[in-house]
Design a protein around this ligand. Structure first.
Ligand SMILES: Cc1cc2nc3c(=O)[nH]c(=O)nc-3n(C[C@H](O)[C@H](O)[C@H](O)COP(=O)(O)O)c2cc1C
Length: 333
């Protein structure tokens, strides 16, 4: 007790916070919550049961560190009851040398969502040739629940070895849906999507849209960094276009209210979600059942060690529990 009181005096003068640092997204209601209100009940999402509204956004496979990262992520998903999107599985289409990087179903278990991933350019090529069996085989080998298709024209345009898209991604996705039984999620990779794309996408019979919005990891910028020696900085403005997660949630809410033929009924809100408060605010705001996803947030810790990842997620969950008990989001557009 004496130690604590001493700490208070010692640290008080370094604990000042200013009015312009206030997070104005919430009403804080200290009179009205209790520990009992902070529990997250298990809930159905993507046909499985999650314990917390959190998602590991697609990252890696095939890189030297990928095995360690993916296995740490899967282990954490199992422990905390989260879902996981795998990084692009393109490398497995050629050979299965890197299979163990992606092969985490046994770790994550049978009860949680695990999804494979492929880029739209690769899918377009396969659909054009009518040779998409190897992709279905990959989904099956990984015992994945379905396939996440990432649609990333800005990244492809800036990548030296990038692919041109010859067809509209919307048509490629429709073609795939009409020819296979595989369940689909569609996402960007960090620049999000605008209202016209979302309006078309939400009418497709897909399991979810993952926003992969602007404001976090930015693959346009990443590709420019990779090409730094070529001095291609005049292309930098492309890294600044896109849509934030909140903007996308607002667009989707408006679609849900005004469109009749909506078939996509779930949302993963990701891209620039830096804190549990960002996640809590946006999943509360969404009119579709939603969870929030992070890529770089988890990557930092999964790379370091499982213990670091576990600690990070424990803190996320503590923050979510606090939010649920004491915060009331104030929604503005
Ligand atoms: C290292 C890394 C690799 C990624 N690889 C993929 C990928 O293979 N497929 C994909 O759909 N998205 C990929 N992404 C994009 C993420 O899934 C996510 O959409 C994006 O990073 C925004 O999330 P963040 O701001 O939380 O990092 C990758 C992200 C990172 C950080």
């Amino acid at each position: 007790m004496e130690d604590r009181k001493g700490d208070h005096i010692r640290h008080a003068l370094h604990s000042q916070i200013f009015q312009d640092e206030l997070d104005t997204r919430f009403d804080y209601e200290p009179m009205l919550g209790s520990e009992a209100d902070s529990e997250w009940e298990p809930f159905q999402f993507l046909g499985r049961q999650l314990k917390v509204p959190m998602w590991v956004s697609s990252m890696t496979g095939g890189a030297p560190e990928a095995h360690h990262i993916n296995h740490n992520l899967a282990k954490a998903c199992k422990k905390f009851g989260m879902g996981m999107g795998l990084g692009s599985c393109r490398i497995l289409l050629d050979n299965k040398r890197h299979l163990s990087d992606f092969d985490v179903r046994e770790i994550i278990g049978d009860d949680l969502p695990l999804w494979a991933n492929i880029g739209i350019a690769q899918l377009e090529k396969m659909m054009k040739k009518g040779e998409y069996d190897p992709l279905i085989e990959v989904v099956n080998i990984l015992k994945a629940d379905g396939l996440i298709i990432h649609v990333n024209p800005s990244q492809e345009s800036l990548q030296e070895e990038g692919d041109f898209l010859h067809y509209r991604p919307l048509d490629t996705v429709k073609d795939f849906l009409s020819k296979t039984e595989i369940k689909i999620i569609v996402k960007e990779v960090g620049q999000g999507m605008g209202p016209r794309s979302l309006k078309e996408l939400i009418k497709l019979p897909i399991e979810a849209i993952e926003t992969a919005s602007f404001g976090g990891t930015n693959f346009a910028r990443l590709e420019l960094i990779r090409r730094a020696s070529e001095n291609v900085s005049h292309l930098e403005p492309i890294a600044h276009i896109g849509h934030t997660a909140e903007e996308m949630v607002d667009i989707i809410n408006e679609l849900v209210e005004n469109e009749k033929d909506i078939k996509c009924k779930q949302l993963i809100i990701s891209g620039g979600i830096r804190t549990h408060l960002d996640g809590y605010y946006l999943i509360s705001k969404s009119k579709l059942p939603a969870i929030y996803g992070q890529a770089s947030g988890f990557l930092r810790h999964a790379r370091e060690s499982y213990e670091s990842l576990e600690k990070y997620i424990e803190e996320q969950i503590l923050g979510l529990r606090f939010s649920k008990a004491w915060l009331h989001p104030k929604f503005k557009k």
